[in-house]
Design a protein around this ligand. Structure first.
Ligand code: XMP
Length: 510
């Protein structure tokens, strides 16, 4: 396995994704972990990520000495290369020749680049500093206009430094270079698959939990569903899931969750029908933030009530924390990660409820969690579903939430989503849903006048949900959906399609 030391690059997760895609297990540690943690991880090879700082300054982060004394190959990327050069006796200087974006790389020699191209190859650069003199034992392996030493290596020790980013898709042969480092230089086996963690995860959960009981807040979302399936396999009836039906779910969603988990898989699930409590708390609230707070507050109350009932013999709370959540909070230790949020699926439980946490997905990325879910027998459609926000339809009914609005929205949303599935468009969008607008508009149906609310359809394409483009769904498809919604739901006067991208619009309407 490979250890990635994070110096704060925005691409560090991408490096990990690539290494795992090659079939080799890896983890990211912040660059200031203790030496002992690095030694305990026992990596076959180490990758030093890029980072925002300058290796020309004395005070910036360096790799621990044990990285160099461990005898394993090391690949330094961007800042990682610069700190490698600085630490091993080379020279790094701030250059007037900053390079950002595409650059033509001319390979000279070395196992990462040999034979990749006859001439030059396109790589993605993002640097101000550059290595001006390689350390003793190193050779120049490639050059570019802005970086005469764009890659360097010491084959005897297995140390390589590259100024560009092989992990981004803009680097033409980036995947091949990483593959060569991991499989050839480090001699790792390409045998790791997310499914492999099932047995290991089961063993670890059993060891952690022993004969005790575990409770899990099951939402029907991918992460908590996969945790439920995994824990059920590991500890059977020692697991109790609590599924809070807040009345803000999609059409038939509560029944589906019960069918999959309780009926098909035989998981112990307590379904708490809390619709009225949520509706009461939302009464009179119009502001989106007030609504979110109210929904979150009731959720904690309802969940805590159930937890108290179970707490006498329950020591553990399971959570669907996944690897990006872990990295974000670990990154905060170096103060380098840019986005830092604390992720707790059931954060904020009262103090009298103190559980130990079971988090079996801590090492996995989202799509790996999905593969695992399928391995564990969860339905494909559930595992590859679009994300659904915690507050549910509460943020898709603009203004005050009322049951009759939720009922209309559920039906309209279902027509839209079913049509996307039927016409093979569901997986071409990243997220799609209907929104209820509580403004009435006039329509004419037959000879009658209809004066009813409006439904907006929203569909977006995005990779990270931070930015998104509205999905260019075919006009005739939108027309079919619109007709079906208006014809089958009396209380809708018209349907509109949202053509706003993010930014400046957000994906949800509230
Ligand atoms: P926005 O609307 O901020 O949404 O562009 C980005 C992604 O986050 C989801 N989202 C939420 N998820 N609780 C959640 O669990 C929330 O309050 C929430 N608000 C937005 C949204 O569905 C989209 O995938």
């Amino acid at each position: 396995r490979i250890l990635i030391l994070d110096f704060g690059s925005q691409y560090t997760q991408l490096i990990a994704r690539r290494v795992r895609e090659i079939g080799v297990y890896c983890e990211i540690y912040p660059c200031d972990v203790t030496e002992q943690e690095i030694i305990d991880f026992a990596p076959r090879g180490i990758i030093l990520s890029g980072g925002p700082e300058s290796a020309t300054e004395e005070t910036t982060w360096r790799a621990h000495d044990c990285v160099w004394s461990s005898g394993v190959p090391v690949l330094g990327i961007c800042y990682g290369m610069q700190t490698m050069a600085a630490q091993l006796g080379g020279t790094v200087e701030t250059s007037d020749h900053r390079e950002f974006g595409h650059a033509d790389l001319k390979p000279v020699c070395g196992p990462l680049l040999d034979g990749l191209t006859d001439d030059t190859t396109v790589v993605w650069m993002s640097h101000g500093d550059r290595v001006t003199q390689v350390p003793a034992g190193f050779e120049v392996m490639a050059t570019s206009a802005g970086a005469p030493i764009a890659a360097m290596g010491d084959a005897a020790r297995g140390y390589y430094g590259i100024q560009f980013h092989p992990e981004v898709t803009h680097t033409e042969h980036g995947r091949e270079m990483l593959t060569r480092f991991v499989l050839t230089v480090c001699a790792c086996d390409a045998s790791w698959k997310p499914e492999n963690i099932v047995d290991d995860a089961i063993a670890r959960v059993r060891e952690q939990v022993g004969g005790d009981h575990v409770m899990l807040g099951l939402s029907g979302g991918v992460d908590s569903s996969v945790v439920a399936a995994l824990l059920h396999k590991a500890i059977g009836d020692q697991l109790t899931c609590v599924f809070v039906d807040n009345g803000l779910l999609r059409l038939n969603e509560g029944d589906q969750v019960m069918k999959i988990f309780a009926d098909n898989l035989g998981v112990k699930v307590i379904r708490v029908d809390a619709e009225q409590r949520f509706l009461d708390a939302l009464k009179g609230l119009n502001d989106p933030e007030d609504k979110r707070k109210a929904i979150g507050g009731v959720f904690i109350d309802v969940f805590a009530d159930e937890a108290r009932k179970l707490s006498a013999d329950t020591k553990f709370l399971a959570q669907g924390t996944i690897y990006p959540d872990v990295i974000e909070s670990a990154g905060s230790r170096t103060g380098k990660a840019h986005v830092i949020k604390s992720h707790h699926n059931v954060g904020g439980l009262p103090d009298d409820l103190a559980f130990d946490l079971v988090e079996p997905l801590r090492e996995l990325f989202k799509d790996e969690v999905r593969v695992l879910g399928e391995t564990l027998g969860l339905p494909h459609a559930m595992v590859w579903r679009h994300p659904f926000p915690g507050p549910g339809l509460g943020v898709r009914i603009l203004g005050e939430v009322k049951k009759e609005y939720a009922d209309i929205l559920r039906r309209a949303d279902d027509i839209f989503i079913q049509a996307l599935y039927d016409e093979g468009l569901y997986h071409k969008t990243s997220q799609a849903f209907a929104v209820f607008l509580p403004v009435k508009s006039v329509g004419v149906v037959g000879d009658g006048r209809r004066y009813a609310p409006v439904i907006a359809l929203r569909a977006v394409e995005t990779v990270d949900f931070m930015t998104a483009r509205w999905a260019h769904l075919p006009y005739d498809f939108i027309e079919r959906v619109s007709t079906k919604i208006i014809n089958s739901i009396e209380d809708v006067s018209r349907v509109v399609y949202d053509v706003s991208s993010k930014p400046p619009a957000t994906i949800e309407w509230e």
